[in-house]
Write a protein of this length. Structure first.
Length: 633
């Protein structure tokens, strides 16, 4: 293997939220406790004696029953004074209440007998007390009301967070105030040219007459362009901290809702609010969410999104010179934006933020270590040199990982080893426990040493930094190379040496074991991809010639690429495939011959890495020099 976030947006302080009406909670709880108490009271009924139906009927005949309650399945009753204790037996206390089961067939003599003896008859379908019948009758309505109150409380909570359902058309832009901002331009490093452009705009907002007397007009829009993590949103936050004007920030995706027309309504409301408080700044993050090309056809058409984009275009055209409203937008995909957005009069100025160079990385590190206690052995210039390709967000993450490592080891300061461990974790991946057999471990060692030998001897290859056979991430082993300096242009000789290094691991396996394994899958994929771009895009093939065909480009699924005709014939495509295959085979043959000539050094390096598991650049140089001396002796 060969190796070479955005900050949150500034919001205004949260305003006090109205409390959700929960005074009913105490009432519901009290009612539940009361119902439970009454139900328990009902269960503690006086003791009843059970009678056979014949005994009950005889008691009625004898005039001992005072009243009865007819239920569906049984008869409850109460004796008069003459009947108490007559049927209780010797081992039970006398009681005036009884219960008996009704016969399956209706007794026609019972009612006339009860009337004759003047027994009071109470009717009940269930036999429950009246208050229980009342509760059961109203219980469904009580539950329905409780559910309605619960939904009402939840709706109140949502409205305190996102506004009334009738306010979907209101803008979700958050207003930041200077006195509440903690980020300034002093916290932004490594993008000095962008800071100069932004400082000019801030100065224009503060003192517009200075520019107007020279006939200058403020740009209507500034587009911040750059890869993820390069500081676009951080720069916008810094503007909020520096500018003494209202600052409204929103993500483009927040314009779109489930209802048609909401996006355009929110755009109108946002610009209308900004006009009332002019001079003002509006920041739209991830502009490509609504700013993609219109009428793209397959995969690109979306009426609601296009409506929102049309409204943005209309509002930016409606600015007057005296309004002093500036729109800042950020995107990492300027190639997909609609051309109407990019014309002068909309976004007049583009500020490009690229990945920082070495001096810029050191400046960014100095910003992020302000609150980190550093040990004396930490050299930020060395850390910056070994973090080629890191963005500002990556560097912030590196400092945080180093601090976490120091805290994990109970250190008082963050030392250089902490930075080394943090960098390996970010670049190589987290170390993981993998139970490799002795044969697998040896195969991994030879594979990585094949990469290392080629990287050590190829004149244009990046210098070796480390070899390890400790599994990191998804890789069983890692051969790390670090460029001597930041590269912005690649020569053909450099790219060819890079492909030879990629094929070194597979070739080493072939020399040692006479066959290859699946471990070289990613190497082959990357080598083929790079070679296809060399031939198809950069014209680095004498057979194909200087053609730039766009082969290997990764297009966004906009639709127009799918409908575009292919710009080369089937015959040329076959020639390109044939050239890729022949060049890969030539590179592999070269790598096999080279490693065969350095077999002694390959064995010595593999033995050393199997012993220590990790070798630094100095260790690799020492082992190879010793192997050459032994071979000459």
């Amino acid at each position: 293997m060969n190796t070479s976030n955005q900050p949150g947006k500034q919001d205004q302080p949260p305003s006090p939220q109205p409390a959700i009406p929960n005074q009913y909670s105490f009432l519901w709880l009290s009612a539940a406790i009361l119902l439970m108490f009454l139900w328990l009271q009902d269960n503690r009924q006086p003791q009843q004696q059970e009678l056979a139906y014949s005994e009950f009927k005889q008691a009625v005949i004898n005039g001992q029953v005072a009243e009865i309650t007819l239920r569906t399945e049984d008869i409850n009753g109460r004796f008069n004074n003459t009947g108490v204790g007559q049927f209780t037996g010797d081992n039970r206390e006398p009681t005036d209440r009884f219960v008996t089961l009704r016969p399956p067939l209706e007794d026609p003599d019972l009612l006339p007998l009860l009337e004759q003896q003047e027994v009071l008859i109470r009717g009940s379908r269930s036999g429950r007390p009246w208050w229980q019948e009342l509760i059961l009758g109203f219980l469904p309505w009580i539950l329905l009301l409780a559910l309605m109150f619960w939904f009402w409380g939840a709706a109140q909570k949502r409205m305190t967070q996102s506004g009334s359902p009738f306010e979907y058309g209101k803008s979700r832009a958050r207003r930041a105030r200077k006195e509440t901002s903690t980020t300034t331009l002093n916290d932004v490093a490594g993008i000095e040219s962008a800071k100069r452009d932004i400082s000019e705009i801030i100065d224009f907002l503060k003192s517009p007459e200075k520019y107007r007397k020279l006939g200058a007009e403020m740009p209507k829009g500034v587009l911040l362009v750059g890869p993820p993590g390069t500081g676009k949103t951080l720069l916008a936050r810094a503007i909020a901290g520096e500018a003494e004007v209202p600052f409204f920030s929103i993500s483009a995706s927040e314009f779109i809702e489930m209802f048609v027309g909401v996006g355009a309504a929110r755009v109108r409301d946002m610009f209308q609010t900004a006009r009332k408080e002019a001079p003002a700044l509006i920041f739209i993050d991830e502009l490509d969410a609504v700013g993609r090309s219109r009428g793209a056809g397959l995969g690109g058409g979306h009426d609601e999104r296009e409506q929102t984009l049309n409204q943005i275009l209309t509002e930016m055209d409606g600015f007057e010179a005296h309004e002093n409203i500036l729109v800042l937008a950020a995107t990492n995909r300027p190639d997909v934006l609609d051309s109407a957005l990019l014309r002068p009069g909309r976004f007049d100025r583009k500020v490009t933020l690229d990945r920082p160079h070495r001096e810029a990385r050191e400046a960014i590190l100095n910003v992020h270590v302000r609150k980190v206690p550093l040990a004396a052995d930490v050299n930020l210039a060395d850390v910056a040199a070994r973090t080629t390709g890191f963005s500002g967000a990556d560097l912030k993450n590196l400092v945080n990982e180093a601090a976490l490592t120091a805290a994990r080891d109970n250190l008082a300061e963050v030392n250089s080893l902490c930075f080394e461990i943090a960098r390996d974790r970010l670049v190589l991946g987290e170390e993981r426990d993998a139970q490799l057999t002795k044969e697998e471990r040896e195969a991994v060692a030879y594979h990585e040493c094949g990469h290392a030998i080629m990287a050590f001897y190829m004149p244009k290859a990046d210098p070796l930094t480390k070899i390890t056979i400790i599994p990191h991430g998804m890789a069983m082993g890692v051969t790390e190379q670090t460029p001597r300096e930041d590269k912005y242009n690649y020569t053909e000789s450099y790219l060819k040496d890079r492909i030879r290094v990629m094929l070194g691991g597979r070739s080493a396996e072939k020399i040692i074991y006479g066959e290859v394994s699946t471990g070289a899958q990613n190497d082959l994929k990357e080598a083929t991809k790079l070679l296809r771009r060399m031939i198809g895009q950069w014209g680095m093939s004498e057979k194909i010639g200087p053609l730039g065909l766009g082969i290997g480009e990764e297009h966004v699924f906009l639709g127009r690429e799918m409908g575009a005709p292919r710009e080369y014939s089937e015959k040329l495509a076959e020639m390109i495939d044939s050239e890729i295959q022949s060049q890969l085979m030539a590179f592999e043959a070269f790598t096999l011959n080279f490693l065969s000539e350095h077999r002694h050094e390959l064995d010595a390096l593999a033995e050393a890495v199997m012993t220590t598991e990790t070798l630094t650049a100095a260790d690799i140089t020492r082992v190879l020099e010793q192997a050459r001396k032994n071979q000459m002796a």
